[in-house]
Every structure is written in structure tokens, then in C-alpha cells.
Design a protein around this ligand. Sequence first.
Ligand code: ADP
Ligand code: ZN
Length: 732
Amino acid sequence: MTPRTPDFFDEGALVAVLTTQPLDRALDYKAPEGGCHIGAFVEVPLGPRKVLGVVWGPGQGGFDLSKARSVIRVLDAAPMRDEMQEFLQRAADYTLTPMPAMLRLATRAPGLSDPPSMRKVYRLGQGRPDRETDARRRVLAVLNEYGGLSFTLKELSDQAGVTSSVVKGLVKQGVVLEEDTPRDVPFRLLDPALSAKDLTEDQARAADALQAGLRKGGYGTTLLRGVTGSGKTEVYLEAVAECLRQRRQALVLLPEIALTAEFLKRIEARFGAKPAEWHSGVTMTERRRTWKMVGQAGCQVVVGARSALFLPFQNLGLIVVDEEHDTSYKQEDGVLYNARDMAVLRASICGARVVLASATPSLESWANAEAGKYERLELTARFGEAVMPDLRAIDMRTEALPSTRWISPTLQKAVQARVDKGEQALLFINRRGYAPITLCRACGHQLGCEHCDARLVEHRFLKRLVCHQCGETRPIPDACPSCQAEDRLAAVGPGVERLSEEAAALFPDARIATLSSDMFGSARALKEQIEQIAVGGADIIIGTQLVAKGHNFPHLTLVGVIDADLGLQGSDMRAAERTFQLMRQVAGRAGRAEKPGTAMLQTFQPEHPVIRAILAGDEEGFWRAEADERRHAGVPPFGRMAGIILSSPDMQGVFDLGNELARRDGPLRQIGAQVYGPAAAPVARIRGRHRVRLLVKAPKGAALQVAVAQWIGQVRIPGQLRLTVDIDPQSF
Ligand code: ADP
Ligand code: ZN
């Protein structure tokens, strides 16, 4: 039988179906009744099970065709586009990930195999209730206010502040109508013309350049660099507007879920409707709707986390990666990929534009812009009256401070001055929990996790000890588990909770808000807390990394960094870059509105080159010095790297295999690469598995993935041993 078109298979034709099951290739099936398109999402039999798959291409054949099984059915979803197939294939090749694992990322739609489903909605009916109550009046008021709109039961009862039985009561009397509608409905239309801001000259130039790129069409990446508060977001929203005018879809990636709520409001204010949201905090129903609507072009803009890159966009025109330098773009579990790099890959395949926005770009993007691969746009000034904060070091060697306190007298005075003036101060420490170390004063034993090579961290707020590697928690014991001495366990060092305690003692009259990702049961509680702070609901904010990212606190005029040296310890070559970015980011929180800001860095080494670069605000100088060092060492972005992590409950086994790999480095030497290790991985044991790492360093332009695949293909990997390849590792 010949196919009608090259991409349609008639009933009975042999098709290759790629499934999400861990098999090493696509399997052949017969096309179902009615035939199927290439890219169709299908259900196929596999042994006794039914599994999800995608029709990847024509079948390979070469076996007894009468034995071929048939596709069970085609699912209710738009077929995967060939550009998505290509994206998955190339992402798999780049990250050395098996295709089924890659496909799993692209099929994360809950209920993909469910039939199209209906749900109950409620709208205004006729007549009046037999008896008027306050609750009933509120329900009718909501329905009246929104005209002909319908609500789900939950939406309606939440809006009206009543229980669902009140609504049901009104349904019985016909005052409210209950109807069935399809569950997956298109998103409200965003209007690009709605309320554009008057841009400054600088901003307008940047926005014009982005729009010109979109109009020209085809792939292109722009690094949009500008200090915090310079209006990068306003500028890239104009690129989103152009994308909407072209009737193409846009994706905005944010590094932190906690930032989405604020951002969605901004989009709604600009374009008149909320976009779709995609991250782990979104309900299953909403995710299913987003996945389907993105695939049917019933959704114009998606705001989300890195996994949104795998949504089935139909005509993607723009991907924005906000805070592109952020390390959370690197997925460190399962498929190891950097969303920033994958965004560029995806865009280059489907002819979309990419905007990488940051106040402190990654060295990678900086180097790509230098090399002319990325266009570069700069916003130099803060918007309006706001000026960059004044940066100062507090030399901790000259501050009189007992070892159980962390807020120096100088910083204390500065905070008090802000509180007295009714302004806000932020104290930043990049450590969750109460104290990083819990130590027995009788025997010196430090409490550690049984399963990991990690300390247990006391979290007073949770009243537990927590392992930050495996997440296991346990109650805080009274006696030392090693020497059984009672009441001798002591907290050593500062964490965000302990800093809060110190601040409460130093500033008894101030309202203190503590922000740490583990202190909030829900994204909503965190969001409310952040909104409270933004409107002045706190005098002193104490926070971890969470507060460094993008939040807008207009009354904040002082930032105090408790330990500016923290990130500079250790041997990681990226430490300087990380510290520089983080410190500039945190400092950038100060003085966003009319009030000028100050940032103070507590440090024991004010003459350290990184600390000096931060204080001097000499970004170009810092990047150049850093680039020289990396170039000299031949590491990214001037060389290529891959990390191989071997893990197993058996320590000898991982070292043996590591040594074997190190010995058999022929395929690596062929491309001029070197292998280092095996050595204990940065965390040497997690969840009972010992971990060793090998690092491969190759010249830029070398076919690293091909060589690594050949290299690891030489060894047999015992069952309990796991080998993970990490291309472009975060630390080296
Ligand atoms: P960035 O993304 O660079 O940190 P934002 O785009 O968030 O900067 O801008 C900082 C603040 O200044 C925001 O509140 C934003 O609405 C405001 N702003 C920036 N540019 C303009 C403009 N041209 N007109 C009005 N408000 C602006
Ligand atoms: Zn642990």
C-alpha cells in the first residue's frame, strides 16, 4: 500500500512508533483504521500493556509482517510537528539522552490518553431565589458582575465566599444554570495594542531592534543586558507584542516559580488577559488544558519553567529566557539539560527569535555575544529616578563581633537608620535553616545524614533536622547519637532562621519577614508574603537566594549581605562568576524607586579580586579577567566539558569502573580530549549511593558527544551501577 502523502500512513501501513518506554529503538506497528499522520500521538500494545507513543516515521520492516501488531488508537492531540521531532532528536544527541526519556519530556500532559472530557460550569439563570440570604446574594452578585461568563463550582463559590451547597441550592431552583462544556477551552485573547508604556530612548531602541528581528523572520538570539530596574521586562514585552501581532506564539521562561504570579499580573496589565502558566505548581487540569491549547494554537503566550520548552507549540515565534544566567535553568535530575541552551536549539530549528535577558549574563552568553553569534543590546540606566545602589564593604576583621552573632555593628546601625525612616532593609544569607552544623559539645560529633555525605541542618521552623541532599528529616534528638551526652548539641554557624532570631533581638520594634523557600507550605502562601512585603508590610526582610531573584520591593533602600565570602570557598572554577552574579543581583534589590539605595557586603577579604570587582561595579573588567582565566585553562566557554557520574551502593565498584574508564581513554584522545579522575563527586554519597566523577575536557569544536558515547560504550555497566553523562556540567 502506498501512502497518500509522504506523511500520512493508510490503515495497515507499517509505521515506526517511538514510545516512552526504555527501549533502544522505535518499534514497528500497523497503522490503525483510518490511518494516521506522522507525528500522531498513539496508544500501542507492548507485551500485555498499552503504552503512549508517537508515530516517528515509516516502519523498518524486515520481519514477518503478519506478526506486526496494530496501533490501538490515535489520541486526541495535534500530531507532533517535524520540527519538534528534530528538536527532541538533536537534544537527545546533545545531552546523550536516550530518545524515550526525551520523548517523556514532550508528553507530560496529564490525561493525554483520556477521551475529550466535559466539565460542569455554572451561569446565571432566570428568576429569584425563594428566600434571599446574604450568601445567595453574593453568588448572584458575582454572576451579574461578570455578565454571561460561566464558572466552575469552585471558582464561583470561592469568588462569592460561599460553600458549594449554596450554589447547588440555587441550581435546584433554576436561578443558576448548570451546564456541561468541554474541559479544554482556549485561553482568552491577549491584545498587543492594549497598554504599551512610553519607552525611554534606550528602551525604545532595544525594543525596535527586537521587533525588527521578529519582522525579518528566521532564527536569531539577542543578549539583552541591563542593570536591575532598567526595564528589560518592558522591552521584551514589546517583542512579545510583535509576536502576537504576527499571530505567533511566545514562551517566557522564568527561573523561579515564585516569580510567576507577579509576572502574570504584568502581562495581564499589558495585554488584557492572563497567559498560560506551566510549572510544577499548576493543577493537572490546567496543565492538560495548556498542553492541548498550545498544540491547537488556542494559547498565545506561555510563562513557565524550563520544561515548557517541550510543549507542542505550533508556530513559536519568540522564546524569552529571563535571568538567563540563573543556575536553576540547568536540570540536575533525569535528563540533564540547560534550558537556556535548549531554548536556542529549539528556536534555531523552528526559526524563532530568542531573547536572553540578564543584569549579569553568564560567561557563556557573554562570550557568544563577543564572538558575534548573539546580537547584543544594552540598557545602561535604571528607569526613572532610580540610580544604582552605592556599594560598600564592611571589613569583618575590624568589627567587634562575638562568634555567635553575624550582624556587625556597622550593618546594625545602617539597618536601624532605615527602620527609623520607615524604609525597608534586606539581610541576605544564602543558607536555609537555622544553622548549617549541629555539633555535640561533649564529643565533637557532627550530625550527618545516614544516607548521604552531608550534614543534617537544623530547621527550627519545622522543628526537624533536614538533609538538603535527600530531603530526609528527623526530630532533633535530646542526646548525642554518638556519645549519648544529654543536652550538649549546639548549633554552629548562621542560617536564615538564626539570622532572623538575631535581628529580632537587635531590632525589637521592627516588623521582620523571613523568606526562605522551605518555610512556605504552598506557592500561594509565599506569593502572599511577597505581596505583603512589596506594599510595605515589613521593615526588615531576611532571606535566602529566593529574594535575590527579580522581586520588586519599592521601599527597599538597604541590602546587607551577611557573608559575601561564602560562594568563594571551594575549588569550583565557576565560583567567581556565581558570586559576582549573585552579589550584583542581591545588591540590585536596593533603591528601585525614587529612594537611592545602599548595599553593604560583610567580608573577611575585602581585597579579594572578586569582591573588589563587585564593589567597583566593573562588569566588563570582571568578565574579561574571568574569560582570560577560562581561556587559559581551556574550560567552558572556551573549551568543552562533560562530567560522568558513576553511582552505586558499592563503593569499590564505582571506583573500579571509574579507573577502567580512565585507562581506556582512546576515543577521547582521538579528539584531543583529556580525562580527569575518577575522584569523589562534589557530594560523595547521596541516598546510600557512592558517587565518583570523571571530567572530560575537550577543545572547542571537538565532537565531544560522539567520542564520549564511544568511550563509555567500551565498558559493561553492572546492574546496580548508574552512569550519568552531564554535558556542560555546572561545576568543574
Ligand atoms: P528589569 O526587568 O530590567 O529589572 P523592569 O522592566 O522590571 O526592569 O522595570 C523596572 C520598573 O520600572 C518596573 O516597575 C517597570 O514597570 C518600570 N518601568 C520601566 N520602564 C518603564 C517605562 N518606560 N515606563 C513606565 N514604567 C517603566
Ligand atoms: Zn540525606
